[in-house]
Design a protein around this ligand. Structure first.
Ligand code: MV4
Length: 449
């Protein structure tokens, strides 16, 4: 049993991990930059260690500083949260080389899923349905054009080291292939030092549906249904829900089993998310994330499980505390990501919170590291709170969201709260009829200018 774990993160996700550890009787160590000396995660942890200056490259991403913090505090394991070092295979290797435990998947699984061509090839062999496209990498423009003609346009060229929307270009016709191919390759090279690209049929109006999976590393795995995260702006999710409004119980069971079987076969350990595009009743694999995701609370709400607790359990070699048969969906949950940004341009607005009041009551969860008088530092991402509501059904979750947003007070800075009030006026949000392009189009006509 771990006695002490180090949380290699900040903000609301650091609190999330500290809380799970405390409930399990495990001590927690916070690490922080000099800019975060007054941060909530430092206050809430049992101990804290300053690991460097404000820039995350010199603090939250500093592998030597984090390993040293484990050594001086005696922490036996590291929870990476999301972002930062959570999907860094090299870090996982170093953690293990120091006889520490990484609370998450193996370096090998992180490496496989970090290379999108290898990830897709692996998933395809495991029976997961994928977007039609090239068989592996596309070596040159001539081959790209041949494939485009064969598959039919539009197609999308993606950098194998990309993901999250970086290093991908759509070619609507043969004429656009040269620029799409060369640009995707150049972006892969400059952003990730890898110019390998692959090609897929471009799906024009899909939804983003992701399946939560969880493995014990010993060949057992379950799925916890899907989340619909189609409402995004510039590849940043803003509104997530579970279950997906358009997914039937039969579809869920079928794709869920495919995903759970796939990760069981590779002895996957911990939390994972298998991302799909969903169009015309079909699922098409695009990427797998080997971390706990920002939006995990909507899954926790409808299944009544604590995913961080489970991560810690399996990292200790314990079995998961539930089987697939134990998992049943209860109601509907929605998360909105509240960021310190000024509308309509979503300009980052760090600053001092003069008054803060979190909403509460039945079915309301607020994951936030804010407090009265806190100053949001300008060095990190702008997420300040996740508001998660849970109701008996989708309509109750939406009215609860409206009620909770009304109770929330965040004074002193600009936030995206007005966006959510406005979205709750939209019939498409109430009917659940949206796809990955809905929000950007809505913002263009409703907010810009
Ligand atoms: C696609 C696609 C359409 N067709 N692949 C964007 C981020 C990365 N995870 C994959 N992405 C996409 N891949 C094919 N074959 C459209 C997108 C996409 C998208 C996907 C999910 C959520 C929002 C999106 C916004 C624009 C494009």
């Amino acid at each position: 049993m771990f006695e002490k774990i180090l949380v290699a993160n900040r903000g609301e996700i650091a609190l999330r991990v500290i809380r799970a550890a405390r409930e399990m009787g495990i001590q927690s160590v916070a690490v922080h930059s000099t800019a975060d000396a007054d941060a909530m995660h430092v206050r809430m942890a049992d101990e804290s260690v300053c690991i460097g200056p404000p820039a995350s490259t010199d603090s939250y991403l500093s592998i030597p500083a984090i390993i040293a913090a484990c050594e001086v505090t005696g922490a036996q394991a590291i929870h990476p949260g999301y972002g930062f070092l959570s999907e860094n295979a090299n870090f996982v290797q170093i953690v293990e080389d120091h006889d520490l435990t990484f609370i998450g998947p193996t370096a090998e699984h992180i490496r496989i899923m970090g290379d999108k061509i290898t990830a897709k090839d692996t998933m395809k062999k495991l029976g997961v349905p994928c977007v039609p496209g090239s068989d592996g990498g596309v070596p040159n423009l001539q081959e790209a054009k041949r494939l485009g003609a064969e598959m039919g346009y539009p197609v999308i060229v993606k950098a194998t080291a990309g993901g999250g929307g970086r290093g991908m270009k759509v070619a609507g016709s043969a004429e656009e292939m040269e620029s799409a191919f060369l640009t995707a390759r150049a972006e892969g090279k400059s952003n990730f030092g890898n110019d390998e690209v692959y090609i897929e049929k471009y799906l024009t109006t899909p939804r983003h549906i992701e399946i939560q999976v969880f493995g014990d590393g010993k060949g057992n795995a379950v799925h916890l249904g899907e989340r619909d995260c189609s409402l995004q702006r510039r590849h940043q999710k803003v509104f997530e829900e579970a279950p997906g409004p358009c997914i039937s119980p039969e579809e869920r069971a079928a794709i869920g089993k495919v995903c759970a079987d796939a990760v069981a076969r590779i002895n996957y350990i911990g939390a994972g998310t298998i991302e799909f595009l969903y169009e015309n009743g079909e699922f098409y694999f695009i990427e797998m994330n080997t971390r706990l995701q920002v939006e995990h609370p909507v899954t926790e709400a409808i299944f009544g499980v604590d995913l961080v607790r489970e991560q810690i359990r399996v990292a200790e070699g314990l079995p998961m505390s539930f089987t697939q048969d134990d998992l049943e969906i209860n109601g509907h949950a929605i998360e909105v990501r509240i960021t310190a940004e000024k509308l309509p341009e979503f300009a980052p607005r760090p600053g001092r919170i003069t008054q803060f009041h979190a909403p509460g009551g039945l079915g309301v969860r607020m994951d936030s590291a804010l407090y009265d008088g806190y100053s949001i530092p300008p060095y990190y991402d702008s997420l300040i709170a996740k508001l998660i509501v849970h109701g008996r059904d989708r309509a109750s979750a939406l009215s609860r969201l409206n009620r909770a947003l009304g109770e929330l007070i965040v004074d002193g800075i600009d936030t995206t709260v007005p966006l959510f009030h406005a979205l709750l006026q939209e019939p498409d949000i109430h009917s659940g009829e949206y796809n990955i392009h809905w929000l950007e189009k809505w913002l263009e006509t409703n907010l810009q200018g």
